[in-house]
Design a protein around this ligand. Structure first.
Ligand SMILES: Nc1ncnc2c1ncn2[C@@H]1O[C@H](COP(=O)(O)OP(=O)(O)OP(=O)(O)O)[C@@H](O)[C@H]1O
Length: 722
């Protein structure tokens, strides 16, 4: 495929070994915050190009950032690149092989891409060139075949190039590839950093300016009309001026809606990402405390919070602009300072009523959360209750919960109706009373008209402000129930690195598969103590354990003695109460959760583990980078066969790509437990911890599984009953 000519991308791509520098330069150019002390990543450069993605993820994490994969079809690479920046791209050229491109931006109109070259100069290149180089990642092994076909056609250039492109496009129509890795802040990064990255402050300023301009146009229009009418010269010129003011407001209104809509979308996406990350990072005991029902309840509440917070903030913001204009018009009307005082006092009364509403909303929300929790519990325990509970008791609690909910709803609705009616109708009479002294003192007709206009404007602003404030107090109440999840997002990988100004450096995932020398300890526990907050006695007391590379350890103990608790500490799911836990000589506190997880994997007890709805391959390769490579799929098949699942694979029409889980092929107890073992073994970690993983297996299968685990796990901890 070599043409002997210089590649158009020559000198513009970063060598793969310079991936860390490329990421840092890209982050700086894209104005993303970098930590003062980046975390350590073992292995300065990727040793295995098949694991380049994992290595880049680890580097991004060490810099307090994350890479979001833009996985797309061959034909859609260009449209994906248009929305991907800032991003790191893997490209393939015949002359330089695999390289990285730091993409800063794209322009669809000009068809160009702005990239950061290794000498840190910014260059514009054709977007099509970038697209072709990305597509070449999956094309290169097809090109010789396509060229052989085209050779016989003896097509001249440029038809030959076009024909090659068309043939490759047709062949690879359903092939997926990673078009780009977008560099962004992890969801758990500090809120000001996220708001800065979204340019939230200038966008809010723009909103305010647009709102003032729109109201200015409306007021100017009415002033023109009023002026013309009262001076008796309402000719066509005045009407044109009025119409012009009205028309000017139309594009401004469209710009306002666009700015508000796009900002709301960005903020809502940020909130959802943060919630999702938080839900997955909740400490295991905290997540369990409320149970699955409370989890689901909180998720529902988060949707309500998002809606109320966004709608409430925008409505209140625009209402404040309207109210300020209404106040200034009131001042120039016959009511003057008295009118302003009346407006202020009225807003204060409404404010008190709105705050009172928050108590009612809290009660309503609590009864709703209790109801959701109870409903989920009932659904989960449905069969048990059908079989074992007295039918007469089935709906007893449900009826009581419903009655409490209906009562709380009624109180909230009645209160809201009162506030809104007062906001809608109450200000006008107050404004008229405040205007009376001015009118009696002989104010002119024009001045009275201004007073009426101010009252109408004020009434509208007060109504919007009341609606916005009600939504905001509601959002505040819901925030309290969603807060644990939002806070937990800060525990997610990469999220803590920006806060390391005085904290200890964190160790990001080590991508190197090297184990320490055999005489050095790999994992060490010294005098570990652990107690559940709700329990008076400790589960683990002065527990010590040293594990060297390659060792096989069997942990036995009676039921309730703390074996699973110890396993959860080893796998990093729980932090010990006191004592020392060292991995490769480094204390647990110095590792990021991702860094620890990249070294030790565990298969939790059966009832704690889960088959995810998806393909069998996805279930066993859960710990590997997405998308799966052909090598990964081959290994997954091999391992399943070693674990005695070969027969199952043959029965499944789609083999390892068969859908399993709740909505797919229903796996038996023993099959599921072997999938859990395969999942732990395929994580490319140094230590595998299996917690009662063989309980559901017959003796022959168990021997087979044990042999496979012995052969595959570099270092092994098996937990079992005596
Ligand atoms: N949230 C909690 N609050 C208080 N005690 C708890 C909590 N969770 C677990 N425990 C207790 O901690 C102890 C240790 O539990 P663990 O699951 O580690 O035991 P185990 O040795 O693995 O038992 P088994 O062999 O039966 O699985 C048990 O007595 C359990 O009841």
């Amino acid at each position: 495929m070599s043409t002997g000519t210089k590649s158009p991308l020559a000198g513009l791509g970063w060598a793969v070994q310079l991936g860390a520098q490329a990421l840092e330069a890209l982050a700086r150019a894209a104005k993303l915050p970098l930590p003062r002390a980046p975390a350590t990543v073992a292995g300065g450069s990727p040793e295995d190009l098949n694991r380049l993605g994992e290595w880049l993820d680890a580097v991004a994490q060490s810099q307090g950032l994350e890479l979001d994969l833009r996985y797309t079809r061959h034909a859609e690479v260009e449209s994906t690149l248009l929305r991907a920046s800032p991003a790191l791209l893997e490209v393939f050229t015949a002359e330089e092989g695999l390289q990285l491109i730091a993409l800063l931006g794209t322009s669809a109109a000009r068809g160009t891409a702005r990239i950061l070259a290794p000498d840190e100069t910014v260059r514009d290149i054709p977007l099509s060139l970038l697209t072709t180089s990305v597509q070449a990642l999956v094309e290169w092994d097809l090109i010789p075949t396509v060229d052989r076909v085209l050779e016989r056609t003896r097509l001249p250039e440029p038809q030959l190039t076009r024909a090659r492109k068309a043939l490759l496009g047709a062949q690879l129509a359903n092939t997926h590839l990673v078009a780009a890795r977008t560099l962004r802040l992890p969801p758990g990064a500090k809120l000001p950093h996220h708001l800065g990255a979204l340019s939230a402050a200038p966008r809010v300023m723009l909103l305010l300016v647009l709102a003032v301009l729109i109201q200015g146009c409306v007021l100017a229009g009415w002033w023109l009309m009023g002026q013309g009418a009262f001076e008796g010269q309402l000719d066509t010129g005045w009407l044109w001026a009025w119409a012009l003011m009205g028309l000017t407001a139309v594009p401004l209104q469209a710009a306002l809606a666009w700015t508000q809509g796009t900002l709301a979308l960005d903020l809502s996406a940020l909130l959802r990402r943060r919630l999702l990350t938080g839900a997955l990072s909740l400490p295991v005991d905290e997540a369990r405390r409320g149970g699955i029902g409370e989890y689901v309840g909180r998720t529902f509440e988060s949707a309500g919070m998002e809606q109320m917070a966004l709608a409430g903030s925008f409505t209140s913001l625009l209402a404040v602009v309207d109210l300020s204009l209404a106040a200034s018009v009131t001042l120039s009307g016959p009511a003057g300072w008295l009118g302003l005082l009346a407006l202020g006092a009225y807003c204060a009364v409404l404010g008190v009523l709105v705050v009172r509403q928050s108590q009612l909303f809290k009660g309503w929300t609590e009864s709703r959360v209790v109801m959701t929790h109870a409903l989920i519990e009932r659904m989960l325990g449905h069969r048990t209750r059908l079989a074992q509970e007295q039918p007469s008791r089935w709906h007893e609690e449900e009826d009581q919960e419903l009655a409490r909910y209906a009562e709380a709803s009624e109180r909230w609705d009645a209160g809201t109706a009162r506030v809104m009616t007062l906001a809608r109708r109450g200000l006008l009479p107050v404004a008229i009373i405040a205007t009376l002294p001015g009118v009696l003192a002989g104010a002119s007709t024009a001045s009275i008209a201004v007073g009426v206009g101010a009252a109408l404007l004020g009434a509208r602003a007060v109504m919007s402000l009341a609606a916005g404030s009600l939504a905001l107090v509601g959002a505040r109440v819901l925030f309290a129930s969603v807060r644990p999840m939002l806070d937990a997002a800060r525990l997610a990988p990469g999220a803590t690195s920006h806060d390391t100004e005085d904290a200890a450096p964190q160790v990001a995932p080590l991508t190197s598969g090297d184990a320490p020398p055999k005489d050095q300890s790999l994992l060490e526990l010294r005098d570990v103590f652990f107690k559940h907050p709700t329990s008076p006695r400790a589960v683990l007391e002065r527990t010590s354990l040293t594990l060297h590379p390659g060792e096989r350890v069997l942990l036995e103990g009676p039921s309730g003695s703390g074996k699973s608790t110890l396993a959860s500490i080893l796998t990093g799911l729980r932090r010990q109460g006191s004592g020392v836990v060292l991995l490769r000589g480094l204390d647990m506190a110095t590792w990021t959760p991702g860094g620890w997880g990249a070294q030790i994997a565990g298969a939790p007890q059966f009832h704690e583990n889960h088959i995810i709805s998806g393909t069998l391959a996805m279930n066993v390769l859960l710990g590997r980078a997405w998308p799966h490579t052909q090598d990964d799929l081959k290994l997954a098949r091999e391992l399943c066969e070693e674990l005695g699942l070969g027969d199952l694979l043959q029965r499944m029409p789609a083999g390892v790509l068969q859908m399993v889980g709740e909505r797919g092929w229903q796996l038996s107890h023993g099959e599921q437990s072997r999938i859990f073992v395969a999942r732990a073994l395929l994580q490319r970690v140094q230590v595998v911890v299996l917690d009662e993983a063989f309980g559901a297996l017959d003796p022959v299968t168990m021997r087979k599984v044990m042999a496979c685990v012995e052969a595959r796990a570099p270092t092994l901890v098996v937990i079992a009953h005596p």
